[in-house]
Design a protein around this ligand. Structure first.
Ligand SMILES: C[S@@+](CC[C@H](N)C(=O)[O-])C[C@H]1O[C@@H](n2cnc3c(N)ncnc32)[C@H](O)[C@@H]1O
Length: 352
């Protein structure tokens, strides 16, 4: 065992390399997304939180130490060794016993107890799909939910069958893989919450070697379900259209059909601007706070390959699109991605 410091917490973590067989799982590479979670909770002010896949307990302990409104965190892990480590870590951080509970159950059984929380975090090994169906039992109107997925190949279009099996969404390899993954995840969250008569407003989305979405529960699923649509994609020129179109109106190739996919906002710009005031590691959040909401981004590398030209500077492309009257911005999901409401024809003209 060794002790690491993360945020305001000191946490005992296994010293051997990071594997599923470790005594309890700790991934320092996920610190950034835990930082983001803390910033979001400082703004949304939850009182009770559930960490159902808690591992070392690092996230829940940080919530207890860094979110002033929090009164209680319920920790759970199916692995008894993890539970022992959570107990130890709570002691190391001098957390009063009245501020936490620890369970050693399958997370789905815990959800079926139907106790409600202001914040619930789903952070599994691989896909969160098996937890999404029941997590609605733990949520009330206004709860915040965070969902992480590390089955990136399935979500981003590389493993289409796995994506359909887990999330019920048809995907393909595209030039907007990071946004596709985020949108598949949001689609699945929405469809599973709809069963509980709930819907979900994405506050912040993130893509790296994993995908993460945090959002707010609302009642009444119907308005959001109408924004889940099929999408047509041209793998030749990267044209994208909401709805089903057989032929690309730019290059006349056959379009591929993806979906059903969430086509609404993947973040709340006003909320992200508030995060920016709180959050120290600002670059990604800053890009996100100015991002055009239009789905989906175009990857400049893919467009240059299609045109057989070298890639222009992203700033120049954005500026020229704006000069022509289009909305255009970077995307925090991809360093070479441009978000714009321009049609592919206009983008390619500007490119040339
Ligand atoms: C990726 S780790 C969680 C990491 C943790 N949230 C963090 O921020 O460090 C996933 C955890 O889920 C636990 N787990 C796996 N299946 C479970 C289940 N069905 N119910 C409850 N816990 C489970 C594992 O033992 C593991 O500790």
């Amino acid at each position: 065992m060794k002790i690491v410091t993360e945020g305001e917490a000191k946490v005992c973590v296994p010293s051997e390399s990071l594997t599923k067989r470790s005594e309890a799982f700790y991934n320092p590479g996920m610190e950034y997304q835990r930082d983001v979670t803390i910033a979001i909770l400082q703004l949304t002010k939850p009182k009770e939180a559930l960490d159902p896949l808690a591992a070392t307990g690092v996230r829940g302990i940080r919530i207890l130490l860094e979110v002033p409104t929090i009164q209680k965190v319920v920790f759970n892990d199916a692995n008894p060794n993890a539970v022992k480590l959570i107990e130890k870590n709570l002691e190391v951080n001098c957390i009063k016993k009245s501020r936490y509970e620890i369970c050693n159950k399958d997370a789905n059984l815990l959800f079926l107890e139907k106790r409600k929380y202001d914040f619930v975090d789903i952070d599994p090994f691989g896909s969160p799909a098996r937890y999404l169906r029941n997590v609605g039992f733990t949520l009330h109107k206004d709860s915040i939910i965070g969902v992480t997925a590390t089955d990136s190949g399935a979500l981003s279009g590389k493993f289409a069958k796995a994506c359909f099996r887990r999330y019920g969404v048809f995907v393909e390899r595209t030039d907007f893989a990071k946004e596709l993954g985020v949108r598949v995840l949001i689609t699945s969250i929405l469809q599973n919450l709809a069963i509980h008569n709930m819907t979900f407003k994405p506050l912040y989305s993130h893509a790296n070697h994993y995908f993460r979405v945090v959002g707010q529960i609302e009642y009444g699923p119907d308005k959001n379900l109408s924004k889940i649509q099929m999408v047509s994609y041209c793998s030749n020129c990267h044209n994208k259209k909401i709805g089903i179109e057989k032929t690309c109106d730019n290059c006349e190739s056959r379009m591929k059909i993806l979906g059903p996919l969430w086509t609404g906002k993947i973040q709340d710009r006003a909320f992200v601007q508030k995060m920016l005031l709180k959050f120290a590691r600002k670059k990604e959040i800053e890009i996100c706070s100015q991002e055009v909401d239009h789905p989906f981004y175009y990857d400049l590398h893919h467009l240059s390959k299609f045109l057989k030209i070298s890639s222009p500077k992203i700033e120049n492309v954005i500026e020229t699109l704006r000069k022509h009257g289009f909305a255009a911005s970077r995307t925090h999901l991809c360093a070479t991605g441009v978000k714009t409401n321009a049609e592919i024809r206009d983008i390619l003209k500007i490119f040339k």
